[in-house]
Design a protein around this ligand. Structure first.
Ligand code: GLP
Length: 245
């Protein structure tokens, strides 16, 4: 894994943006895997900026998001459908029919998982998958102990994840307890992976991802087994022990 350390989330976003721009400009019909959460918000703002400056077009791009909550309608402000529309899709020239997210209100959720996998198979492979890192080491919504061979599936969210993500919800609102996520196996099929890590709350997870055993206890540790991973992490996410190693 290649690791690049930057000063803060602003620099992280600029560097990640150049990765995405390069991928879009070099590939005829690029397929991007997208993440949500607070970490990539500035990255999406920078991509929108590039588009507005006419330095980038998403006309030929296809996107697959990692995950979506079960039970939230697409227009709910905390759904990832809404997030993607707010932060990226509604500001750029991507065709809505080329943007995919799992549908958390599907009448048959198992079928929805299989359908999503099929779509990735048909339209993929994913050229560049952007990932964030959960405080507990999750990627997508693959919580600790998820077997590495999982494809898109339904997950029960950890209390730690629900707590971390409650920052996006009103105090009166419950964070959903379930989600649909691409599996680790699905993520590992991506040709290239860009893991973005920002903030001091990620220190332990990042340390284990980089230097710990490859174990389902730390889902992101599987990235050690992928041949093309770049990690962009800001100074706050680097623990002292990591700097020494
Ligand atoms: C959520 C998403 C993950 C994301 C993680 C980190 O749980 N499902 O894909 O990587 O949050 O979020 P943040 O960037 O807000 O720390």
């Amino acid at each position: 894994m290649k690791m690049i350390t930057v000063k803060n989330n602003e620099e992280l976003a600029s560097l990640a943006c150049s990765f995405v721009v390069d991928k879009i400009n070099r590939i005829e019909a690029p397929v991007l895997g997208l993440a949500t959460g607070s970490t990539p918000i500035k990255l999406y703002a920078k991509l929108v900026e590039k588009y507005k400056q006419k330095k980038l077009s998403f006309q030929k791009a296809t996107t697959f998001n990692l995950d979506e909550y079960i039970g939230l309608p697409s227009d709910h402000p905390n759904s990832y459908h809404y997030y993607m529309s707010e932060h990226l899709f509604s500001h750029i020239d991507i065709s809505p029919e080329n943007t995919f997210l799992p549908y958390g209100l599907a009448p048959n959720l198992e079928k929805e998982c299989a359908h999503y996998e099929q779509l990735i198979k048909t339209r993929g492979p994913i050229d560049l998958q952007i990932l964030g890192l959960g405080e507990n080491g999750h990627i997508g919504f693959n919580e600790p102990h998820t077997p590495f061979n999982k494809r898109t599936h339904i997950v029960q969210l950890d209390e730690m994840t629900r707590q971390a993500n409650s920052k996006f919800f009103k105090p009166s609102e419950a964070v959903p307890s379930k989600a649909i996520t691409m599996g680790i196996d699905t993520i590992m099929d991506s040709k290239e992976i860009l893991l973005l890590v920002s903030g001091s709350k990620k220190r332990t997870a990042l340390k284990h991802t980089l230097h710990g055993d490859v174990t389902p206890f730390v889902p992101a540790s599987i990235l050690q087994a992928h041949s093309n991973v770049t990690i962009i992490s800001d100074e706050a996410s680097i623990s002292d022990t990591l700097l020494e190693s």
